[in-house]
Design a protein around this ligand. Structure first.
Ligand code: DC
Length: 230
């Protein structure tokens, strides 16, 4: 995996931030605009959570969870995600799976088991990676590191809309509570806690629409590539 890190000729943009900060949408749109690959690292934690629930693995059994994460039979194709041959794109978006993902993500062994898989996404012509530790741990060599934030209320509203659109039922008050609990767990865990990477550009998306946030990231990337405006 260190040989992949050393390949600085492949540009990487990392987009980290708390749940429902808009990072998935923004990162995906930035990747499309640049023709880059896209890594949704949260999906890997969600897949591990879903697989562990299906195998009846105890959420505290870090050893068994790590083996599961290391051997995930996952395929990303046509904007869908397949686990052991089953299209689980919608199943992994359930709020309960997001919360379980956050719980199993505290185990260092699970995080380590997913490192190589995440770094393998760094291929030409470039990568946009979203998550919690993309800039701090997985791609510390990134050309541009972005940290997205938004108020808990704005994020709860977004998550509510996403869930309803996907056909899940949702309640805004309990979403707000879950989201704050999940943020607290992601921010305070010992291994790879959620925080802006050194040198990260912080973007508060509360008052921005998606186009504005995407434009800002693309501007920053252009500046990072041509620092003198050349
Ligand atoms: O981004 P998301 O909501 O799909 O992520 C679900 C959970 O997975 C998140 O609450 C914490 C964990 N996660 C992580 O620990 N590190 C990442 N790079 C991405 C997600």
């Amino acid at each position: 995996m260190s040989d992949l890190i050393a390949d600085d000729s492949i540009p990487v943009i990392t987009v980290d931030g708390p749940t429902a900060s808009g990072k998935g949408t923004v990162a995906h749109r930035v990747a499309d605009a640049l023709g880059f690959h896209y890594l949704d690292s949260g999906a890997l934690y969600r897949l591990t959570a879903l697989a562990s629930a299906r195998h009846g693995i105890d959420p505290d059994d870090s050893g068994a969870l790590a083996v599961l994460a290391e051997t995930l039979d996952v395929r990303f194709a046509d904007q869908r995600i397949w686990l052991a041959g089953e299209d689980v794109s919608d199943a992994i978006r359930a709020e309960a799976i997001g919360n379980q993902a956050s719980s199993i993500a505290v185990h260092p062994s699970v995080r380590h088991a997913l490192v190589a898989l995440q770094r393998a996404f760094k291929t030409a012509p470039g990568l946009v990676a979203d998550g919690r530790d993309m800039g701090t741990v997985i791609f510390p060599e990134a050309d541009l590191k972005v940290f997205l934030t938004a108020t808990p209320q704005a994020r709860a509203q977004r998550r509510y809309k996403q869930l309803i659109e996907k056909g899940f039922s949702a309640n805004i008050d309990s979403l707000l509570l879950d989201l704050e609990a999940r943020d607290a767990r992601d921010r305070t865990r010992a291994e790879a806690p959620l925080r802006p990477a050194e040198g990260a550009r912080v973007l508060d998306t509360s008052g921005l629409n998606v186009d504005e946030a995407v434009s800002r990231v693309l501007e920053w990337f252009a500046q990072a590539q041509y620092p003198q405006g050349a």
